[in-house]
Design a binder for this molecule. Structure first.
Ligand code: GAR
Length: 186
């Protein structure tokens, strides 16, 4: 049974999809930790409801990124985490965490990388007027959204409503992320 940690900052719909895939036996894994940098984010409540340990912190309580990432690495090591899954963790991973978990850390991003990197990928893609959108799962590297691509899935949308693109994209994310994690932990 592989041990997963999920990092999220917001709603946590991907977190929940991964956690439920584990409890339903779809994934031969267990989510042993949620890491969240936003106290009060809805994902925290979801973890508590599912009985999953949390490490919730406010970055401003620490001197710098290295300080809170040192705590995160400690929490991951203590639980012998095999794979870290970033799922809407809206923070750039620093050297401390990358140094410890490079090659064991994946991210899901709401665009067909290398197009539209960064925090507002969907809004950028809609503003650009693209007709084919998509989702990417990739390894985390020092370059923002620049790590090696593991899986992608595209969908067509001919409109200008970012909320609709997010909705369509998330339906794909929940399936694609679980499928990709399943392959990685095999
Ligand atoms: C997801 O759509 C994910 O692709 C995106 O944040 C959302 C989190 O949703 N990530 C990024 O934009 C990373 N640059 P969730 O909290 O409901 O899983």
């Amino acid at each position: 049974m592989k041990k997963l940690a999920v990092f999220a900052s917001g709603e946590g719909t991907n977190f929940e999809a991964i956690a439920r895939a584990c409890t339903d036996g779809v994934l031969a894994a267990e989510v042993v930790l949620l890491v969240c940098d936003k106290p009060g984010a809805p994902v925290v409540e979801k973890a508590v409801r599912l009985g999953i340990d949390t490490f919730v912190f406010s970055p401003r309580d620490y001197a710098d990124k290295a300080a809170f990432e040192t705590e995160i690495v400690r929490a991951l090591d203590a639980r012998k985490v095999d794979l870290v899954c970033l799922a809407g963790y809206m923070r750039i991973i620093g050297d401390t965490l990358l140094g410890a978990y490079a090659g064991r850390m994946v991210n899901i991003h709401p665009s067909l990388l290398p197009a539209f990197r960064g925090a507002h990928a969907v809004e950028q893609a809609v503003a650009y007027g693209v007709k084919v959108y998509g989702i990417t799962v990739h390894w985390v590297s020092p370059e923002l959204d620049g790590g090696k691509i593991i899986a992608q899935r595209a969908f067509e949308y001919d409109g200008n409503d970012p909320a609709e693109v997010h909705r369509l994209g998330q339906q794909i994310e929940h399936v694609l992320y679980v499928e990709t994690i399943a392959k990685l932990i095999q």
